[in-house]
Structures are given as C-alpha cells and as structure tokens.
Design a protein around this ligand. Structure first.
Ligand code: GLA
Length: 724
C-alpha cells in the first residue's frame, strides 16, 4: 500500500520502495509532520513531532492544540504564531494577511492528476498513488488542497497545492509555495547549483547557518545563476552513502528555495514560485494551482539521489516519441559559422558531416529577417532568401536527400527593436509606460502573457513547419526580463505577469507539440540558462552551456548531473583553440566529455583535416556502441572534477556492462592513484577490452591503476563486459 491512513491515529504514511513519509492530523486539525526517511511500517510516530523546548513567548493556537512556532507542519501559515518561513500568505479583503489552515477531508486514489497548463511528472494508475488533503481557513474562506503523489518504482514524491477562494470577496495570494518539508535537527548541509553564463550549475555544498538561507531567481527564468534544485545532506553524506534529500521545482520562472534552521537546529525547507514580484488575485470561486515540486530521499548519498531523479525524469517527466528514442547525432553550425553563412555553406557542412556519420544538420541563428548580426531581426520569422537561396524547403530537401534530418533555431520570446515586428507592434513587448526599456543583447522580451503575441509566434512557426521538413527545433531565450508590465492587465494584476509569462510560454510550447507531436525540441538559453525540469517536459534535451571547452564542461556537466539525466545534457565537440576559453584540448578528450550527454558537433567540419575526420568517425562509432549504456545506464560520479582529475562510470541496469571515463585535468608526476569502478555486481566477472578479467569486487575496490603517463587534458575510457 503506497499510501495508508490510520483512522485511529489520524495518521498518513506515504511509501516509495525505500522511503516513508509520515504526518498526522492533531486534535486541533493541524497537519503535523512526523517523519521523512528510510522506509518504516505504519506505526505511531506522532511522538516525533513533539518539540520539548519553547522558543520564546511562543504563542499557542487559540484552541490550545498547537504551538505553531515549534510544530513541524505540512504547510506553514502566516501571522498566527508560526514565525518561521511561511508557505502561504493571503491578503484578504480586510487587508490583513493571517492564515490558519485546518484539516477537512482527504482522498487517496490510484494515478496522478495533471496540473492545468503546467508541466509535471506523470504516471499511470499502476505507477502512482495520490493523496489529496483538503484544508480550510474558516476566517478567510481559503481552501488549500495539498497533493502528494508517490511513485511505485522510484523513491520520489511529487507535490503541489491549490488555493480556492470560497468566500464572497476577492483575496490576494502573496506567497504560495509548492512544498514545505520539515527535517529534525542534525549536521545539515545545503547543496545547490549556482553559476552564470558559460559557468552553469557549479556545485556548492555548505554547512547551514541558523536563520534563513535562500537560493532564488527573480530574472523571469530559472536562470544561469541558480537552479531550482537543492539537496539537504548530513555532514557525513558522501556520493555513495548517507542521507540525501533532493528537491527540484518543475518551473521555468522566478523560483524560491528557502531553508530555515531554527534555534534548535530543526529545518524547514520551502520551494515554489518566488514571492518577490508575485501576487495573484482570486475572485470568489477562483483557484490557483502552484507548480509541482519533486522530493527524493536516498540513503545512498548524493549518487543514489541523482539516479532516482534521472530515472524519474527520463520515464515520467519527458514525454513524446523522443523520450526514449535514440536522438539524432547532430551538427550545429553556430560555432562553425556564426552569422556568416549561405545555403551552400550549410549544405557543404551537412554533406561532409553526413559522410562521417552525422545524422542531422541544425541551422542556428541568422537564417531569418535582417539577421546578419545579433542587432536585428528577432521577431521576423521569415527566411532571408538572400542567405538561403531557394528558401528553407529546398535546403531541407537537399539535406534530406543526403539521408540526414534538418533542425532549425528559433528564439520566439524575443524581439529586436530593429525588426518589422517591433515597428508594427511596439506594444507587444514587456514595458512600463514612460520608463525607458532596458536592453539585453540588443533585444526586448515579448509579452508572453498576451494571446495575440502567442498566436503570432505560433502562426510564424506553423507556416515554416508546414512547408519545410523539420525534425528538430532549438528553442532559445537569450536575456532576462525587465520592466515587467503588460498593457492588457489591470494595475492590480500586474504582479501576476511573471507567472503569466511562464504559463504563456508553456501554452505555446504545448500548442506547437500538439500540432507537431514528432518534433524534437532542444531547450536553450544563452547555453543552459533555463535548464529545469519544466523545460524537460517539452524538450527532452537542453543545451547545457555556451562554454564548449571540455575542461569547463567537466564541472558544468557534473553539477547538471545532480538531478538531470545524461540524455538531457546536450554536449557537443567544438574546435580548438576553444572559442570561449582559448584552451586547446585533444579531440579525443572533447569526444569523451561530450559522450556524457546528448552528443553532437558544433564546428565547421569542412575545415577539419583528414586525420581529424578519421577520429570523428571513430567517435561516432563509439557513440553508437555506448548509446544505450550512457543514456539508460546508472551514473556513478567516481571522482568529482577537481584541479587535477575527474572520473565517472555508467553501469547498465542489468549490471552486465560498464564504462569508466577518466580525464586528467592537470598531470602531476606524483599523482598515481587507483580509479575504482562503482555500481558493478561484486560477484560477476568482468573483462576489459585488453583482456583483463576480474570480479566486480576487484574492479570496484582495487580499481584501475592510473599509471598511464598522461598529459594535461587527456582522457581514457575503460569498457567492461560481463564474462558468463
Ligand atoms: C545562444 C545559444 C547559442 C546560439 C546563439 C545564437 O547564445 O546558447 O548556442 O544559438 O544563442 O545567437
């Protein structure tokens, strides 16, 4: 029974294969949290929520059933005695913002309800069970429903909340988080992913101070700077062992993760839409639904947590025909040509790449409008026939005649002031009347909350997709939002625009995929500036970073792998000296690093030497050989990237095969050490390709002697197969 309710104890137990989550309804109707961790049978854990100490002057609820300041709760309220961070704040018509929600009823049923107009994980009635708990604040008339879905196969719980206004008056939501999670005192550390352009998702692990720690975005997208992911781990948690609680928000806009460690060391974590610059007016009878948040618990450290996220996202978040289909090996012309190309140049790149085994040509920025540089043309989604003579249908046809697929770049949400679209509809971009508009990469942001804007974008894309054979679209987004106001909304609803923007984006993506269900979308935002689970729902792969330097990619891909599967991490081999870092790295290493993702090339293949082309052929053969293992296998991060090295292992699900990749970042004469496999079956016998035969336990504990004399930036792989 994945979800149980004890009538006698008024206690819920949510169970996944290895974890359990307990809470109960106390005598006052408060939802009190008891436990989240390793699996336990249903039992009376209500005592765990009792906190012996009082903070100071701690008020009790009027019915004396709870001390809100110290009680661990399922969804924290505001203004009624709980002074810690609150998941819910509603300003009611009389102007005050106090809330106090109490249990009304609950439902348990097989399956998982979809969120309206928002991406979320999904599951059949065999795969998932859902608990819905209805609560109510009698004074405001707000009804809050908390949703919990457990997955039969994965140690994951998906959560979200809805708020319904059952009063006769309007109310304003000021904060409405998706998830509130309480954990008892311990040596807690926070892991999260920070970064910037060309330096996305850098892993950071820090001891938590008392007080509030926040990881947030208010840039209008999930952003390069922070990712809507956090993990709470114990001091002694490693990659392979110890408690790891991972949290990830399925949202592409402004998000907030707040963790409060109180005076006693107890933790509360909130995850949801960032309340800064957020507000939502609810008329009587209206509801608001939060985005979904996913939590994963693993007793097998950060590695175990990551592998659960990977499987859940591959199977129950990504959708459509491409979710588990073999992705086309692509070549993208961006770093090869930038804006300087014509149809012949593109055709020649496709032809020569096709001869090496590349399966798809992606035409990047510059094929439309007056887009000969990044200062004009965004919004004018009509082919530039001076550059692409004969138009897109002909170019696509010629590429298909080579036996290849054709992909195209769009940046639908943006507009250059120097564009026909802006000249015709200056009111279509986000702007504040009389305030000069900030500009980023010479572009403004379209108001995606407007239906007319979305209709225009859909029509433009539809016209192209109807007439040109296109299998793939790269969907880019190259600046953040400023002057966020819309001409169409009344002043009291302007705080809704950040969220309405995101809902508008989802609607357009959905409309496109409904009309063209076979399209493969690749997400992008100046590299990986919008790499989040919400985008993965639409685009099963995302361009990870504009930094294609293999050494830089080690830290970027490592951080990304904390919660996103390898199949989602687009990774390309580019030329050297690298365009971002000017560093030269052997082609072999560039290939080995790019193999740990959705593999491709991003260069002008016509400029490669014959020798390099032969090496590319070899890389493509390896891509096919290891595709299943890398895309569907379990990832073990053996040596997280450091100043001198990095190593990782993929193990097939049946443990019959494994691939270790080792990268020497900086060679040190005295740095010999064993590199150990992980995740093998200790009893099975495995052979490497040089004929060394050992039991799994030896490969994992003795490891591989890294005695090869390596140069800076070189790499090797070791492939093991089971000997029966
Ligand atoms: C962004 C993307 C790049 C490329 C350019 C085109 O920076 O991340 O891959 O598509 O835009 O302008």
């Amino acid at each position: 029974m994945p979800i149980q309710y004890s009538e006698e104890l008024r206690l819920f137990r949510l169970a996944t294969p290895n974890t359990a989550y307990f809470f109960h309804v106390n005598e006052g109707g408060f939802l009190v949290h008891d436990y989240y961790g390793k699996t336990l049978p249903i039992c009376d854990l209500r005592y765990l929520s009792a906190r012996a100490h009082k903070a100071s002057f701690s008020p009790q609820s009027a019915d004396l059933t709870t001390t809100p300041e110290t009680a661990p709760v399922e969804y924290s309220c505001n203004g009624t005695g709980d002074y810690r961070i609150s998941a819910l704040q509603i300003r009611e018509v009389r102007g005050n913002a106090s809330t106090d929600i109490r249990y009304v009823s609950h439902k348990i049923y097989p399956g998982k309800p979809a969120l309206k107009g928002q991406p979320a994980t999904y599951g059949t009635e065999d795969e998932t069970t859902t608990l819905e708990v209805l609560t109510r604040d009698d004074v405001t008339g707000a009804e809050v429903t908390l949703y919990y879905t457990v997955f039969e196969q994965y140690d994951a719980i998906a959560r979200h909340a809805t708020v319904t206004n059952t009063s006769d008056y309007e109310m304003n939501l000021e904060r409405v988080y998706s998830l509130c999670c309480e954990l008892p005192f311990g040596d807690w550390e926070l892991c999260h992913l920070y970064g910037s352009w060309a330096k996305e998702r850098q892993f950071e692990r820090k001891e938590l101070p008392h007080g509030i720690t926040a990881v947030e975005s208010k840039r209008g997208s999930s952003s390069h700077h922070h990712n809507p992911f956090a993990a709470l781990v114990k001091k002694n948690t490693t990659e392979d062992a110890g408690d790891a609680y991972g949290f990830n928000l399925v949202y592409s806009g402004n998000f907030s993760i707040q963790v409060e460690q109180d005076y006693d060391g107890d933790l509360r974590l909130l995850m949801g839409i960032n309340p800064t610059d957020f507000g939502w007016k609810l008329e009587p009878g209206e509801s608001f639904e939060t985005p979904e948040a996913v939590s994963v618990y693993s007793a097998e450290g950060l590695g175990g947590m990551s592998r659960t996220f990977h499987k859940l996202y591959r199977n129950n978040l990504c959708r459509g025909p491409w979710k588990n289909a073999k992705r086309p090996l692509l070549i993208n012309n961006w770093e090869g040509t930038y804006f300087n190309f014509n149809e012949e140049k593109i055709y020649n790149i496709a032809k020569q790449a096709g001869e090496l085994g590349v399966e798809m040509l992606v035409l990047d920025d510059g094929w439309f409008g007056a887009r000969n540089h990044d200062k004009a043309g965004l919004g004018d989604w009509f082919v530039n026939e001076e550059k692409i003579k004969g138009g897109l249908p002909l170019l696509s046809q010629r590429i298909h005649d080579l036996g290849m697929k054709f992909g195209l770049w769009f940046e639908p949400e943006m507009i250059n002031p120097d564009s026909d679209l802006y000249r015709a509809h200056p009111d279509w971009c986000l702007q504040v009347e009389n305030r000069p508009l900030s500009i980023g990469r010479t572009q403004y942001v379209l108001d995606m909350s407007r239906k007319d804007v979305r209709d225009y974008l859909f029509d433009c894309m539809d016209k192209i997709l109807k007439t040109t054979q296109i299998e793939y679209i790269k969907w880019d987004f190259n600046r953040n939002l400023t002057e966020v106001a819309s001409f169409l909304l009344e002043p009291c609803r302007q705080k809704e625009i950040f969220h309405r923007y995101v809902l508008g984006l989802y609607e357009l993506l959905d409309r496109l995929l409904t009309a063209y269900p076979d399209l493969l979308l690749e997400g992008c935002s100046g590299g990986g500036g919008r790499f989040d689970p919400a985008m993965l729902y639409y685009s099963p792969q995302i361009w990870t970073s504009d930094d294609t330097d293999a050494m830089e990619r080690l830290t970027i891909q490592y951080g990304t792998s904390l919660c996103y599967p390898t199949s989602s991490i687009s990774s390309h081999v580019s030329v050297c000296p690298n365009h971002q870092t000017k560093r030269t790295t052997p082609l072999k290493t560039r290939g080995d690093v790019a193999l740990a993702g959705s593999f491709g090339y991003e260069l002008d293949v016509t400029k490669m030497s014959d020798e390099e082309k032969e090496e590319v052929k070899g890389q493509i053969a390896e891509y096919h050989k290891y595709y299943e293992l890398i895309h569907f296998g379990d990832l073990y991060r053996v040596i997280p990237p450091n100043e001198s090295e990095c190593a990782w292992v993929y193990v097939s699900e049946d443990k019959s095969e494994a691939l270790l990749t080792f990268v020497c970042v900086r060679f040190r004469v005295q740095s010999r050490r064993a590199v150990c496999f992980r995740g093998l079956d200790p009893e099975k016998i495995y052979a490497d390709e040089e004929g060394k035969v050992l039991p799994g336990s030896a490969w994992m504990n003795g490891g591989v002697n890294n005695v090869k004399s390596m140069q800076d930036g070189t790499s090797f792989k070791i492939h093991l197969t089971e000997v029966k």
